[in-house]
Design a protein around this ligand. Structure first.
Ligand code: FPP
Length: 250
């Protein structure tokens, strides 16, 4: 892994045994990055894909077990058709070039979201990615596409009701049983949520799963987000005391 002197120095300061197991990222600021440079929004998204390449490689190198990227929300359909179409071309573009390396690095690809409304171009690329990496046991790389957390929770409730045994008046639904019906079934909850682009919102992302995650916000636009920024987020994560509602030091 090519690291510059600053990244090498920061990497030495983190505890490699205590990297967060699951990092989730809201990749925001592509449009503003482009506008600041007098470029079309698509240029920001294109550069955003380059950041995805670099961060995926680096997370896998760091031994992070799961990386979840918010790539397209259920609300993003309201953007102009031209931008939606461009965003829909990105998963295929990314996987076409990266799939061999993902396979080599033992990364498993996963889709979070409703595949129904996604164009065939996207589902085909994702299905190929899922099939080619299904047996991999390294990092799980999840793309949240046509994803909305409230919708995910409602779908989980429907699936739970469908699975209920008949003629039962009282049902006990444990957290584990409920979580097993979410798109993220089988993944640990995120330890660290990163949001780029300067907004302080969750934006309908992983509402159930983020209950105890550490949140880290940066004004840096996603196309400018670098390995160094990720290391800074991990450094701060390692300094936080995660209490899960308990008293300090207990
Ligand atoms: C938010 O920035 C970003 C998105 C809606 C799309 C994010 C997608 C990528 C970074 C590329 C995904 C890559 C793959 C491989 C699927 P924005 O457009 O809302 O930026 P703005 O808030 O500055 O306008």
């Amino acid at each position: 892994m090519q690291l510059n002197p600053e990244e090498k120095e920061t990497l030495q300061k983190i505890d490699r045994r205590l990297v967060p197991a699951h990092v989730a990222i809201i990749m925001d600021g592509n449009g503003r990055w482009a506008r600041a440079k007098g470029l079309p929004r698509s240029a920001g998204h294109r550069q955003g894909v380059e950041t995805v390449r670099e961060i995926v490689r680096f997370c896998s190198y760091l031994g992070i077990k799961a990386l979840t990227l918010f790539a397209f929300s259920t609300e993003n359909w309201h953007r102009p058709a031209e931008e939606v179409n461009f965003l829909m071309s990105l998963p295929e573009q990314y996987l076409q070039t990266e799939l061999p390396e993902l396979v080599k690095n033992n990364v498993m690809v996963k889709l979070l979201g409703d595949p129904q409304r996604l164009p065939e171009q996207v589902t085909r690329a994702i299905d190929e990615g899922l099939a080619a990496t299904a047996k991999n046991s390294g990092m799980t790389l999840s793309f949240a596409l046509n994803y909305g957390a409230r919708m995910e929770i409602l779908r989980a409730v429907e699936a739970l009701i469908r699975d209920l045994p008949e003629n039962k008046d009282e049902v006990a639904v444990s957290e584990e049983l409920f979580a097993a019906h979410l798109y993220t079934a089988g993944l640990p909850d995120p330890d660290l949520l990163i949001r780029t682009g300067g907004e302080y919102r969750i934006s309908n992302f992983l509402l159930w799963q983020l209950a105890y995650s550490e949140l880290w916000f940066t004004p840096v636009y996603w196309p400018d987000f670098s390995k160094q920024h990720l290391l800074e987020a991990i450094t701060e994560f390692q300094q936080r005391e995660r209490r899960y509602g308990r008293a300090s030091g207990k």
